[in-house]
Design a binder for this molecule. Structure first.
Ligand code: CAA
Length: 674
């Protein structure tokens, strides 16, 4: 067996370097690929590093076994699929090589000269670096098109963010494959243009410099600045603490010095950092739970200075056109778990952000003032940050919902972005058909955004929210061109409802937990058409059972019920594109949903075991299903939205939504049937 994906077969991954990050990278690969019998080989010439790396990886696997994160079989499977060796010949047969040696250009180049002699011409070669441009690392390779840089984040086995940096010689097919491959194995890959430090490190390292400048300017000591920085930038720990914890001071010093020459003259190694490194000490930082006092004036001054630095650094990268606002926000929020920069600027006002940058740049020349930031501030509009992406793949428009932190849950912002893309698809005669999918390997869409719904106060607001979702999803149905749902994972609640508006649906083979209408768990009924389209697709009895009990079904059941058209062995997106094209060409004619009233609407639905679920909400669900069946689809939807709003007249609605927000999806709400 092997991991086959998009025409490539991966049976062996090699990681070079058993130092700080190599074993963690290897752990991620072995965790996600051992089930496909893929072997991961870690190569290092230092045997003590190999021993340490192996001990570290095995310890993490054992810990995962003890906490229940990994099943006993997986613990054994992972350990038996990872090999630590000092023999470079073991690289032979590797389909993917990730070099994770020290951040040293001559060393990396030497390693790649050696690798190229050993692996096949088809193997993909990557260098995990935090700064170095691919053009510099790979310039001596004979075949440059199969090489690119990656940048993993701490801890590499768990932090899903990864920067993907193609060089000028990287074949776009290699980049596309690596983007999709990392997504398929659970990472959040973000493509970044080739520039020293890529996108994240000028932020991480630049903010340390900005903090030192605050100390030098007498705004506070390192403890105070660290404390204010964590508060102002939404960090778990401040930059000084983060550098102590990750041992990052030497690499930041090197990075800052290189950025001085490669990015702009503001970046430099501050004297305090030089002294700290000479004395081999750590920054003085707040102890756990230590209360730090800072006067309100100083707190404001430090916060504004750090915001000025943060916004200046990220906007300079927009000017350099190495990343987009949407990608940067997602990357920073996942990689560094801090306030995403462009949403942050929108929340303080782009004009105010521009003023902070201007003040900072005046105080600390030659920090540039970004042209794009000035234009944005002059426009009076907020930055555009998209949760839905659109790409044209030849004659097919591909819509991707990308909110990985909420499993792609759909909210009012997503609805409005979807509407915009539907207009593009309708109006572009070169687009023959479309596909809609979700980002990642776990969820298509895990429903309407429960956190947004929990903020609604009254029936009219509930009804309005449902109508927004219904109208946005019905746009897919009314495109006038076929649209196929590539259901790459869970299709729950609003996710299942969006999918049902498509011309056809495909899903991965063998998903046990796949589709469903779990709204009643939340003290809600489906509000984006579930009570109307599900009976029209799978029949009253099955639809009512799914809606009233919230029980999800597998992909095999979904196929049997007629909820999906195909279970797919390979990449669902690729299959959906082919199917969309075939439907557009009239080669395939899927059965469409009945738009008129349904014949044989029962007077009553069969009894189901409601268990702990609310009888009051169940009555509303039954009402929406039975009444809607006798109406046209359009009228049934309006009726459903009205009844969805009526959920807000029930105590169980507050109980269900509050339970999810406070205790999470696994906790059962204690309904009172009112
Ligand atoms: N809305 C908002 N956030 C959601 C979400 C949703 N529908 N579904 C999941 N998330 C969030 C979770 O809150 C969590 O966020 P934090 O990390 O900040 O806590 C994150 O996504 C990951 O979720 P879990 O930790 O729960 O992941 P899991 O793998 O353990 O479980 C799941 C995945 C089974 C999908 C579970 O999250 C779940 O049951 N979610 C709710 C599904 C649901 O009820 N959907 C229907 C929504 S109502 C609706 O759609 C109404 C309508 O018709 C208009």
């Amino acid at each position: 067996m092997a991991f086959s994906f998009r025409g490539r077969t991966i049976s062996k991954v090699a990681v070079i370097g058993s130092g700080q990050i190599g074993p963690d990278i290897a752990l991620h690969f072995v965790k996600v690929l051992h089930g496909f019998d893929v072997y991961v080989t870690v190569v290092d010439i230092a045997t003590d590093a190999l021993e340490k790396g192996k001990a570290k990886l095995f310890k993490k696997v054992d810990k995962g076994g003890q906490t229940g994160a990994f099943k006993p079989n997986d613990v054994e499977g992972m350990k038996s699929h990872v090999i630590f060796t000092s023999d470079y010949n073991e690289l032979k047969g590797a389909d993917l090589v990730v070099e994770a040696a020290t951040e040293d250009l001559p060393l990396k180049k030497r390693i790649f000269r050696q690798i190229e002699e050993l692996v096949s011409p088809e193997a993909i070669l990557t260098s995990n670096s935090s700064h170095l441009e691919p053009e510099r690392i790979f310039d001596e390779l004979k075949i440059k098109g199969r090489s690119l840089c990656t940048h993993y984040f701490f801890p590499a086995e768990r932090n899903p963010a990864i920067e993907i940096i193609p060089g000028k010689d990287t074949d776009s097919k290699t980049t596309d494959f690596m983007m999709r491959f990392y997504e398929a194995i659970g990472k959040i890959p973000i493509k970044v243009g080739s520039r020293y430090g890529y996108a994240v490190d000028p932020v991480f390292e630049g903010l340390l410099l900005a903090c030192v400048q605050c100390v030098d300017a007498g705004l506070g000591d390192t403890k105070q600045v660290d404390y204010v920085a964590s508060k102002a930038l939404g960090l778990n720990v401040g930059p000084f603490t983060a550098h102590n914890l990750t041992g990052g001071n030497p690499i930041t010093a090197h990075g800052l010095s290189e950025m001085h020459d490669s990015l702009n003259g503001w970046f430099r190694v501050p004297e305090r950092l030089k002294k700290l490194l000479e004395s081999k000490s750590d920054w003085e930082v707040p102890g756990r739970g230590e209360k730090i006092e800072v006067s309100p004036e100083k707190e404001k001054a430090i916060s504004e200075e750090l915001m000025g630095a943060y916004f200046a650094i990220v906007c300079d990268m927009l000017d350099a056109e190495i990343i987009t606002t949407s990608d940067f926000d997602l990357l920073i929020s996942v990689a560094l778990d801090m306030k995403p920069p462009f949403s942050f600027m929108n929340s303080v006002g782009v004009k105010k952000a521009f003023e902070l940058v201007e003040t900072f740049a005046k105080k600390y020349p030659p920090m540039p003032v970004s042209k794009k930031l000035k234009e944005q501030a002059d426009s009076g509009k907020p930055w555009e940050i998209l949760d839905v992406l659109f790409e044209k793949k030849d004659d097919i428009g591909v819509i991707t919902i990308r909110r990985p932190k909420a499993l792609n849950a759909v909210n009012s912002k997503v609805f409005s972005e979807l509407n915009g893309y539907c207009d593009i698809i309708k109006n572009d005669p070169t687009i023959k058909a479309a596909v809609i999918t979700g980002f990642g390997n776990k969820a298509f869409v895990a429903g309407a955004d429960i956190k947004e719904m929990a903020g609604l106060k009254e029936p009219a607001q509930g009804e309005h929210f449902a109508r927004l979702g219904q109208i946005a999803s019905a746009e897919l149905e009314k495109l006038g061109k076929p649209i196929v749902a590539a259901l790459n994972g869970f299709a729950l609640g609003g996710g299942c409802e969006l999918a049902m508006c498509c011309t056809a649906r495909v899903a991965p083979k063998g998903l046990k937990f796949f589709a469903g209408q779990p709204e009643v768990n939340l003290g809600l009924i489906p509000g984006m058409g579930g009570t109307q389209r599900l009976p029209r697709l799978v029949g009253f009895e099955r639809a009512a059972e799914m809606i009233r009990t919230a029980r999800p079904i597998s992909s095999a059941q979904a196929l049997e019920y007629g909820l999906i058209n195909e279970e797919v062995g390979g990449d669902v997106l690729e299959r959906a594109i082919v199917l969309a094209r075939d439907i557009a060409a009239g080669k395939v004619k899927p059965k469409l949903i009945e738009m008129g009233p349904l014949p044989n609407v029962p007077d009553k639905l069969p009894d189901v075991d409601l268990g702990h679920l609310s009888k009051a909400i169940d009555a509303l669900a039954v009402q929406a299903i039975l009444e809607g069946g006798k109406m046209t689809l359009d009228d049934g939807l309006k009726n459903e939205a009205h009844i969805f709003g009526q959920c807000w007249t029930k105590e169980d609605n507050r109980i269900g939504l509050k339970n999810f927000v406070e205790k999470g999806a696994k906790s059962k709400a204690e309904f009172v049937h009112r």
